[in-house]
Design a protein around this ligand. Structure first.
Ligand SMILES: [Zn+2]
Ligand SMILES: [Zn+2]
Length: 284
């Protein structure tokens, strides 16, 4: 069984993302294996373009079968994450692209692991090419800081699949002017897709096909061609072409109000539409 019916290209590094069975049952959450049952939970930590008093940048907690994955790690998300889980219960980090609003708390996650009061297990961090060097340049000091000391350094590849317990996360390349990926999460027969940041493209549709829920960025108030972001109409069209039941708009750009975004997305999509807010939990 393969996500989206496509042939996954396992790479040696992606295979390292299989972290089933890690952890000490007494102290840490354990990923249950066996028949995948139950929902995929997607909690919005934040989706603002810069940290606001009441909302971090883009970051989401993806959970299924006991696995806890932080998807995107923009400014403020590391603090918000710990309102839901302890860092020792985090099993993986998956980062769509290296723009600051999706990535800027990564140096601080490194600090959390490097300076933690009690040792944290090594977890995979999956992100576009060069992510580790970027963080190492940021935290550079008189002592050597290497990401591989605390993380499994994994660079995302198109169609690559990471397995965290029975949760499978497939990456697809999307259109954002920099190396960027969307994801399709699959747990048993449950599926959820997330666009990351992207302009309209075929890969977004194939990514979301078969999913009940599409979490789509909606950063463009204006309709631009070509674009590295989705307008509400684009998000609606992507959802319609993919045949999802529910569209969750995230990462609304400046000047785009919730009501306007929903109304405009509804002009191209007939299903349920809502706007993600911090603390909002979706089950797929
Ligand atoms: Zn971006
Ligand atoms: Zn963004």
């Amino acid at each position: 069984m393969r996500a989206l019916g496509e042939t996954p290209q396992f790479t040696p590094t992606l295979a390292a993302a299989n972290v089933q069975g890690v952890g000490n049952a007494k102290e840490r959450s354990v990923i249950k294996r066996g028949k995948p049952e139950g929902p995929i939970r997607w909690t919005t930590l934040g989706n603002a373009p810069y940290p606001r008093p009441d909302e971090p940048c883009s970051g989401f907690l993806l959970q299924a079968g006991g696995a806890n994955v932080l998807v995107d790690i923009g400014g403020g998300t590391l603090a918000a994450l710990q309102q839901y889980i302890r860092l020792e219960d985090l099993h993986a980090v998956w980062i769509s692209h290296l723009h600051a609003d999706h990535f800027s708390d990564m140096p601080l996650l490194y600090y959390a692991f490097a300076f933690s009061e009690k040792p944290l297990r090594k977890i995979p961090v999956l992100a576009p090419v060069g992510w580790a060097q970027r963080v190492e340049a940021f935290v550079k000091s008189s002592v050597e800081h290497k990401m591989k000391s605390f993380f499994q350094v994994i660079e995302l590849k198109d169609r690559g699949i990471a397995e965290i317990g029975d949760l499978r996360i497939q990456a697809r390349v999307v259109e954002h002017g920099v190396p960027a990926f969307g994801l399709a999460a699959r747990f048993g027969d449950r599926r959820l897709a997330y666009t990351g940041d992207s302009g309209p493209c075929d890969n977004l549709v194939s990514l979301a096909k078969g999913s009940r829920v599409l979490v789509a960025e909606c950063f463009s108030r204006e309709i631009e061609i070509p674009s590295v972001h989705l307008s509400p109409e684009d998000a609606g069209l992507t959802a319609a072409h993919a045949g999802v039941a529910r569209l969750v708009l995230t990462h609304l750009g400046p000047g785009l109000e919730e009501d306007e975004a929903i109304e405009r997305a509804a002009s191209t999509f007939n299903g349920a539409i809502e706007v993600a807010r911090p603390g909002m939990v979706i089950e797929a």
